[in-house]
Design a protein around this ligand. Structure first.
Ligand code: HEC
Length: 166
């Protein structure tokens, strides 16, 4: 076997072995969202859920989740105040670390969203950007808020109302 093949076989084996653990982790992530209040420190009982701190470990070499293409057909309805809180809170949406936002100077990793609404982006576009930005740019340095269950649908909507306001 070539070195590359060996490596691929090892990775496939690692992925297969980890599959049941990942399903269990999914369940536990749901449990987190029932108990943990966003914006507060993570509960210590949940910390063992994040055991992978090295790209050298099999868990650090798992392939990224499949790209999720979503469609948004609804109306822009939500709580702008809550959206602002989610976007500013480093333990919740954390958008401000990379973006300036309406009324707030922020990081410059991503484009400024200060007057995002003036560019009249479609809701469909914004929703997909936040849910899984890889649809537009596979290498974008932005978290996959929907695909990775970082934010709930309601939370994404609140953030959308906040950044779409004029
Ligand atoms: C780690 C940095 C980072 C974080 C955190 C982040 N973003 Fe982004 N965002 C980016 C980058 C980088 C881009 C540009 C992607 C590209 O090049 O395609 C982007 C693009 C966007 C766009 C498209 C902008 C446009 O002009 O079309 C929107 C909307 C957006 N982000 C919203 C958000 C929201 C809302 C949050 C928080 C829930 C967030 N982002 C969190 C880095 C980030």
């Amino acid at each position: 076997m070539t070195k590359k093949l060996k490596r691929m076989a090892t990775l496939a084996l690692a992925a297969a072995l980890l599959q049941p653990h990942l399903a269990a982790a999914d369940e536990r992530l749901k449990a987190i969202r029932e108990k943990w209040i966003p914006g507060t420190p993570m509960l210590t009982e949940f910390l063992p859920l994040y055991p992978c701190h090295s790209e050298e470990l099999p868990c650090g070499q798992l392939p990224p989740p499949a790209v999720q293409k979503v469609s948004f057909k609804g109306a822009l309805k939500g709580d702008a105040k809550r959206g602002e809180k989610i976007a500013l809170d480093v333990r919740w949406g954390n958008c401000a670390t990379c973006h300036s936002l309406p009324g707030h100077k922020g990081g410059t990793v991503g484009p400024s969203l200060e007057d995002y609404a003036s560019r009249a982006p479609s809701l469909e576009y914004t929703y997909q950007r936040i849910w899984d930005t890889r649809v537009f740019n596979p290498d974008a340095h932005m978290p996959l808020f929907g695909t990775n269950s970082v934010l709930t649908e309601d939370e994404i909507l609140d953030v959308m109302v906040f950044i779409h306001q004029r």
